[in-house]
Design a protein around this ligand. Structure first.
Ligand code: FES
Length: 107
């Protein structure tokens, strides 16, 4: 299991624990934890509603956003150097201790 922190749209932080051996995406864990992530495209890197910003930790190890992610992120009104699409981030030990802020639309 890995433990990381999610900051919601109101700035509230909560630790989330997730299995790192099931090939799940961060988006799937956010939805399972009942965060307001629309994920309209179902994780195909097409909708960008799963936009998150990696505030602390993890960013280096998680690597850069892929080209397909960047295409989506660049279409957003606002994105950040450590923005990612949560559906393209696999739950792995690299996420241990990371702080992740929800940035996608929640309605
Ligand atoms: S769920 Fe649509 S881009 Fe991630």
């Amino acid at each position: 299991m890995v433990t990381f922190t999610i900051e919601d749209h109101e700035g509230n932080r909560q630790e989330v624990e997730a299995p790192d051996d099931m090939g799940l995406s961060l988006m799937e864990i956010l939805k399972a934890s009942e965060y307001p992530v629309l994920a309209t495209c179902g994780g195909m890197a097409l909708c960008a509603t799963c936009h998150v910003e990696i505030l602390e930790g993890g960013a280096d190890d998680l690597g850069e956003a892929t080209d397909v992610e960047l295409d989506q992120l660049e279409n957003l009104p606002e994105y950040f150097p450590t923005s990612r699409l949560a559906c393209q981030v696999r739950i792995s030990p690299d996420l241990e201790g990371a702080v992740i802020k929800l940035r996608g639309e929640d309605n």
